[in-house]
Design a protein around this ligand. Sequence first.
Ligand code: A2P
Length: 276
Amino acid sequence: MKEFQKTYELRNGVKIPKVGFGTWQVKSGEEAYNSVALALKNGYRHIDTAAAYQNEKSVGEAIKDSGIPRNEIFITTKLPAEIKNHEEARTTLLKSLELLGVDYIDLYLIHAPWPWSEMGKDCSKGNVEVYKVMEEFYKMKKIRAIGVSNFSPKDIENILNNCEIVPQVNQIGYFIGIDQSETINYCKERNIFIEAYSPLGIGYLLSNEDIKKIADKYQVSSAQICIRYLLQKGVTPLPKSTHENRIIQNTELDFEINEEDMNFLDTIKGDPRRWD
Ligand code: A2P
């Protein structure tokens, strides 16, 4: 079995394939359908989407048409960051099940602790309210694992203090150059698994000369170095691509970056998301 198809185990025992296929900014319709179909054809068994990506229907169709048994595919979707009340959370969750065309979701996350247009706003009460809906669906076995995304330690603390089930996952933006150590250490201490979105730094890291040098040394691409780096950090990277050759390349991860080179990659600094 190739490295990307192996699994980690979440705190409740659910197995999660080590690398997931991301679909952020992948347009609904042909683009989302084709990229997910190509990912599944090339061995991915973990697909990450969100209600906010507006492509759940196409993702679900590609999964269904693949003919792969449902229990062999790990599907993640997310509750939109703007929804912070019981009623809407329930309707949206049901809608995701319907659009994806599935009886259960493998992993369901609160997309962010605050609406994207009000980053940093205190939504503690709302987060607890929607998380409790997720707990209900978890108990009804409509969701196999529940968690959060873009949550800081303080945001998670709020859930731990007011809810019953410890989040199984925190999905964060994590890639070479960004310092997420505070959140990662906090989560690791509590056995909350980390998933890394934008593993290529939204593509920005692919033109980094230092990464290119390491890639040449291992005779792989910069993208492969970025993804492998995260695997060696013990997290699940979620690379995305709409091109088959890249989709395949991003699964070729059966090599080891040595300790010295990992340490060097750790010294690279810069978060492109803060530079615009
Ligand atoms: P495309 O979809 O045209 O292949 P991130 O996952 O960090 O958000 O980065 C995604 C971006 O990186 C996308 O624009 C994607 O473009 C591009 N990309 C993904 N895999 C590769 C690869 N192996 N080589 C070059 N570009 C890639």
